[in-house]
Write a protein that binds this ligand. Structure first.
Ligand code: BDR
Ligand code: CA
Length: 313
């Protein structure tokens, strides 16, 4: 199985992502790190612990990470995930505390013990922790097989007309990771995740599946991000694509992040590369080659979610 660390800000779609990882034999979930994003980091940490408890995996260590963005605290944003980050669902508290170390140091100690390219990271919140990690521990980058990020958009944004929330919440961190970290990155943005919806029938199937499915259905029903086809499970696409890479189609691209303080702040500017070698005048400041998701097999994605997240008690 793929050894996986999930860096997240639960968050309703983050909660479903944790449930999918837990319900999948292809994944060996080694740790969960948390970051400020949908709600403050105390709450995202608490939510991660509660979700792991609800899904019977209190053995997975949780480490609390960055409490704020690197350069500028983003302006207040609407509480899309409810005031507690889980659509108002009050999960029982976990008796397990988070790790004493900061998420970045915890990740470093985990990777120091790991073989070359043996750990995958899914980053499904703002990229603050990952940016700090690549800045502090360049010697450990080679332990990471791949970084799969939910973030960005080639087209329309969701928090501004051009910016997606995770990138907008810490553009400088995203810039550090996406333009010069030398990581092998797969970026899964809104162009694809907006298609990854679940509707009322899906929620009914979750409720019918198990108590755990019922909890997730209740959270999703409290999720303010809703389009005509239902609720987009953005983050879940990242985990699903790690489990089964054939669910998405990707193209190589160079990505730059707008870190200016104008209306473009947080935009991911994507140049689909014209030749295998970076350059050609495309995205002059980007050196990290990224695979960007351009399509999703929605039907197979939905089947995977319904078959797996409600598994267990
Ligand atoms: C992203 O923003 C958050 O609200 C979701 O959890 C997801 O990570 C979607 O733009
Ligand atoms: Ca998230």
């Amino acid at each position: 199985p793929t050894r996986l660390v999930i860096d997240c800000d639960p968050g309703i779609d983050d909660a479903v992502s944790l449930a999918l990882a837990i319900g999948s034999p292809e994944i060996d979930l080694r740790a969960v790190t948390t970051v400020a994003g949908n709600v403050p980091v105390e709450l995202t940490t608490n939510n991660a612990l509660r979700i792991l408890r609800a899904f019977g995996r209190e053995d997975v260590p949780v480490a609390r990470g960055a409490a704020r963005a690197l350069v500028r605290v983003p302006r207040a944003h609407p509480p899309v995930h409810g005031s507690n980050g889980l659509g108002g669902v009050d999960l029982p508290p976990s008796a397990t505390p988070p790790r004493a170390e900061h998420a970045v140091y915890f990740l470093a100690s985990l990777l120091r013990e790991a073989q070359t390219r043996s750990v995958t990271i899914a980053a499904i919140g703002p990229l603050t922790n990952i940016a700090l990690f690549v800045a502090l521990h360049p010697e450990l980058i080679d332990r990471i097989d791949r970084l799969v990020v939910m973030g960005g958009a080639v087209g329309q944004g969701n928090i501004t007309p051009v910016a997606e929330f995770n990138i907008w919440a810490d553009p400088e961190a995203a810039h550090r990771v996406l333009t010069g970290s030398d990581l092998d990155i797969c970026l899964i943005g809104l162009d694809v995740t907006q298609k990854a919806t679940i509707d009322e029938r899906g929620l009914a199937a979750l409720r019918a599946g198990s108590d755990r499915g019922g909890l997730l259905a209740e959270m999703i029903a409290g999720y303010a991000d809703r389009g005509p086809d239902g609720w987009p499970l953005h983050d879940v696409v990242a985990i699903a694509a790690i489990i089964d890479p054939t669910l998405i189609r990707t193209r190589p691209a160079l990505i730059e992040v707008d870190t200016g303080f104008g209306i473009g702040r947080g935009q991911t500017v994507c140049s689909f590369t014209r030749s295998p070698a970076a350059g050609n005048g495309d995205a002059p400041h980007a050196t990290t080659r990224t695979q960007i998701a351009v399509d999703l097999d929605v039907e197979r994605f939905r089947e995977m979610i319904l078959a797996r997240v409600a598994a267990g008690a």
